[in-house]
Design a binder for this molecule. Structure first.
Ligand SMILES: [Zn+2]
Length: 397
C-alpha cells in the first residue's frame, strides 16, 4: 500500500527530467493541462487516466459479428514499468453484443463519464498510506487510446470516406479509386520538412507535382467543441425497431463529426492538446503485413493487383507500372522496382527464418515463416515493429 501510494507521485518526484520523451508526463499535452488546471496539478497524488477500448470477437468463426468491447482505465502517474502491468488496469466496462455498439457506446459510457466527472469536480476523501494523512483526491482523463475505427466509435469522428483523416479534417487529400473501389489518401509529402528532398521528387509521387504546402493545422478543442455543439444524436433503435441511419444527401455539408463526443461532458476536455491517441503499433502491424504480402506476392493479399495497376493508368501516373494487354481482357503486370523473383523470395524467407533477434523483443518468428511456400503468416505486433524499424546495430546477427 505504502509503496503504491509513493509510486503515484513518481511522475513528479522520481522521473528523470532531461527533456527526452519517456513517459506521458514529458509530453506537451501533460504540461499544458497542468499549467491551466493548477488546482488539480498542485497535488501530484491526483491520478491521470488513459481510457482505452477496442472490440474483440470471443467466438471467432462461430459468430463473426459478435463483439465484446472492454473499456479499460489505466492510471499513468505510475512509472512506465508499472503502469502497463495487468494489475494496474482498471476494467471499468465490458460491453457485449451481437455486433459492435457503434454510437450507442455513449449510452454505456455515460455512468463512467458521470463518475469520472464528479471525481474531477468534487473529488473523494482518500487516505495516503505513504504520507499517513487524508486528502481530497481528484481524477482526470488524460486521453483515450484506440485504433482508427475505434476512434470513430469512441469520439464520433469520421475515420473513413472523403474526410476520413481526423487530423486533416476538411483538408484531407483524398480521391476515389475507380477500379480498386476505395478511398485513397495521398499528398503525404506536405507533412515533411520544408526542404525535404521528397517534396521535389515529382515523378516518384504524384502527377509531376512539386509539393509546397505545409501540413494542415489540427482542430483545437475549442473548435471541435463549437462545431459539435448542435449535433443531435438519436441513440438506439427507433420505436419501429429499425436502426436510425441518416444518409448524406447531395449538397449536404461534409460531415467530419458524426456526433458530439461524450467526453465533452468534462469541463476540461476542450483544453486537452491531444485528447485521442492512435495505437501506432496496431497500424504498424497492418502496414508491415501488407508490405510482406506484397513483397512475397501472396495471392489475394498483395496490393499489386490488376485493379491498382489500372487505377495508375486512369490517374496517368507511373507509366512503367501500367498493365500491358496480351490478349482479349488479359493483361500482364510489369514488375515493380521492389519485386522479387521466386529465388529472392525464398532467400528473404530464409533470412527471416534464421534471424537471431534480441531476447524478449519478438515471438519465435521462425514458426511464422514457411520457406517452402514462401509465406509469412501470423506475425505479432511486436514482431512487425522490429521488422519495420530501421535496421539497428546487432539486431540481425
Ligand atoms: Zn491526414
Amino acid at each position: 500500500m505504502e509503496k503504491s501510494a509513493k509510486d503515484c507521485m513518481w511522475h513528479a518526484d522520481d522521473r528523470t527530467k532531461d527533456g527526452l520523451l519517456r513517459h506521458p508526463a514529458d509530453s506537451p499535452a501533460w504540461k499544458h493541462f497542468d499549467a491551466i488546471h493548477t488546482d488539480f496539478s498542485k497535488d501530484s497524488r491526483n491520478p491521470k487516466l488513459i481510457i482505452t477500448s477496442d472490440g474483440f470477437n470471443p467466438f471467432r468463426m462461430m459468430n463473426s459479428t459478435y463483439s465484446i468491447w472492454p473499456v479499460i482505465a489505466i492510471p499513468i502517474n505510475l512509472p512506465p514499468w508499472f503502469c502497463m502491468k495487468q494489475p494496474n488496469f482498471i476494467l471499468s466496462l465490458l460491453i457485449p453484443g451481437p455486433k459492435s455498439p457503434g454510437k450507442d457506446i455513449d449510452v454505456y459510457l455515460e455512468p463512467l463519464v458521470n463518475e469520472l466527472d464528479s471525481l474531477f469536480e468534487k473529488g473523494v476523501r482518500t487516505y495516503d498510506a505513504f504520507k499517513k494523512e487524508h486528502f481530497q483526491l481528484h481524477v482526470v482523463v488524460h486521453s483515450t487510446i484506440s485504433d482508427l475505427p475505434g476512434l470513430a466509435t469512441l469520439a464520433g469522428v469520421a475515420t473513413s470516406g472523403e474526410h476520413g483523416c481526423p487530423k486533416c479534417h476538411l483538408l484531407t487529400c483524398s480521391f476515389w479509386l475507380t477500379k480498386g473501389k476505395k478511398t485513397c489518401y495521398m499528398d503525404h509529402c506536405r507533412f515533411l520538412g520544408p526542404n525535404h528532398r521528397y517534396r521535389t521528387m515529382d515523378k516518384a509521387f504524384f502527377n509531376g507535382k512539386v509539393e509546397s504546402r505545409t501540413a494542415p493545422d489540427p482542430l483545437t478543442g475549442d473548435q471541435v467543441n463549437s462545431l459539435t455543439e448542435n449535433i443531435h444524436t438519436v441513440f438506439g433503435k427507433d420505436p419501429k425497431g429499425k436502426q436510425t441511419i441518416r444518409k448524406r444527401k447531395r449538397g449536404d455539408p461534409p460531415q467530419i463529426f458524426k456526433r458530439r463526443s461524450i467526453w465533452f461532458k468534462f469541463r476540461y476536455w476542450k483544453d486537452l492538446l491531444q485528447p485521442h491517441n492512435i495505437d501506432a503499433m496496431h497500424i504498424e502491424k497492418n502496414v508491415c503485413d501488407n508490405i510482406m504480402n506484397t513483397l512475397l506476392g501472396i495471392d489475394g493479399k498483395t496490393k499489386d493487383s490488376i485493379n491498382s495497376s489500372q487505377d495508375l493508368q486512369l490517374l496517368g501516373i507511373r507509366k512503367d507500372l501500367h498493365p500491358v494487354p496480351v490478349g482479349k481482357d488479359t493483361f500482364d503486370l510489369p514488375p515493380a522496382p521492389y519485386s522479387m523473383n521466386p529465388k529472392l523470395r525464398k532467400l528473404f524467407c530464409q533470412v527471416l527464418k534464421e534471424a537471431r533477434l534480441p531476447y524478449g523483443y519478438v515471438s519465435d518468428i521462425r514458426r511464422n515463416v514457411n520457406v517452402k511456400k514462401k509465406k509469412i503468416i501470423g506475425l505479432k505486433s511486436h514482431d512487425c515493429h522490429i521488422l519495420s524499424q530501421k535496421k539497428k546495430k546487432n539486431c540481425f546477427h
